[in-house]
Design a protein around this ligand. Structure first.
Ligand code: ASP
Length: 325
């Protein structure tokens, strides 16, 4: 009897051992974080800052791969299908929640295809325009947009992207649909805004602060409740006349469903180390954002956020009745 139990225990250990061994020695090679938007945009910027600090903590290179398209759903789909071994991760924003309703058929089940590592940061948006757009302030912009609705172009990163969401909120607040121009991320959209090929964009401060400070684009409003320390002269949208116009874009780090819990836990610890890094905090501050606190850089906090945000946006999107597919 004893020997039967012993051999069962040994067999069980053999079954468990490879996974555990992998988890204990993790990471044994370089890790890839998929950014579901183009290089040079806000999600990319946040990811590269965090990846650099996590890479030091984990002792391995972290490669950032940009898989843009369809408002972030292509990159998310890539990670949903990846090996759940901790070597392919996803850094996505609020679009993870909104696309769950905006796309009636997604190639993955948003709440069932991922493990949650933790929240990363929350970033305000800015309503910006090409440098030579005439209106001097938000009230003027609204008047101008209403008068030129057929020709005013608004850049976004595809349906489900934060810029799409913010642009939609703006158009609905001014009760005027404008011409939308989709990109694979707001990195390339910014290039077109700088070049004057597109008129307006609503995008994260992580993509717009430097350009606003340098005077290469025009800023009409920030979408936070209060003005930002890094952009003290830019009024909030609420001050500019758009009551209740507040948009904050949160980011989360995910792994494919089935990634061993020990690995997810290790990644979460590493994310917390990265977010506590002084250099990361300083760079985030320069870009108008703050790292998520330690208690939010956890699987439970990200899971709760995603579930809450899907529930929050679903009725809004369903009421608008505008889907991506
Ligand atoms: N800011 C983009 C968005 O609209 C995404 C990006 O390019 O990072 O969601």
């Amino acid at each position: 009897m004893r020997s039967l139990l012993a051999s069962l225990a040994a067999a069980a250990a053999m079954l468990v051992a490879p996974g555990l061994a992998g988890a204990q020695s993790y990471p044994e090679r370089d890790i890839t974080i998929v950014v579901p938007f183009s290089a040079g945009g806000p999600t990319d910027t946040v990811t590269r800052l965090v990846a650099e600090a996590m890479s030091k903590d984990l002792g391995r290179q972290i490669i950032v791969e940009n898989v843009g398209g369809a408002g972030g759903t292509l990159g998310a789909g890539r990670v949903a299908d990846a090996e759940p071994d901790g070597y392919t991760l996803l850094l996505h924003h609020i679009g993870m929640a909104t696309s769950a309703t905006l796309y009636r058929s997604l190639p993955y089940d948003t709440l069932d295809a991922f493990e949650y590592v933790g929240l990363v940061t929350e970033v305000p948006m800015t309503i910006v325009a090409r440098k030579d757009l005439e209106p001097a302030d938000l009230a003027g912009l609204i008047e101008y947009a209403k008068a030129n609705a057929d020709t005013v172009t608004v850049a976004n990163a595809g349906i489900g992207a934060a810029s799409h969401l913010c642009g939609m909120l703006f158009m609905s607040a001014i009760e005027t649909p404008l011409v939308t121009v989709p990109y694979q991320g707001t990195g390339p959209a910014m290039q077109d805004l700088l070049g004057g090929q597109v008129d307006i964009m609503c995008d994260q401060t992580t993509n717009t602060t430097k350009q606003i400070q340098g005077g290469t684009i025009k800023a009409y409003a920030v979408t936070s409740a209060e003005r930002l320390d890094v952009l003290p002269d830019i009024p909030t949208a609420i001050e500019g006349g758009l009551a209740d116009f507040q948009v904050g874009i949160w980011h989360g780090l995910y792994a494919p469903k089935g990634t061993p819990a020990e690995i997810v836990e290790r990644l979460s610890q590493s994310l917390q180390v990265a977010l506590a890094n002084e250099n990361v905090a300083a760079r985030f501050a320069e870009l108008g954002t703050t790292p998520s606190p330690k208690e939010d850089a956890t699987p439970a906090a990200l899971k709760a956020k995603l579930e809450g945000e899907i529930a929050r946006w679903k009725p809004v999107i369903d009421a608008a009745g505008q889907y991506a597919d």
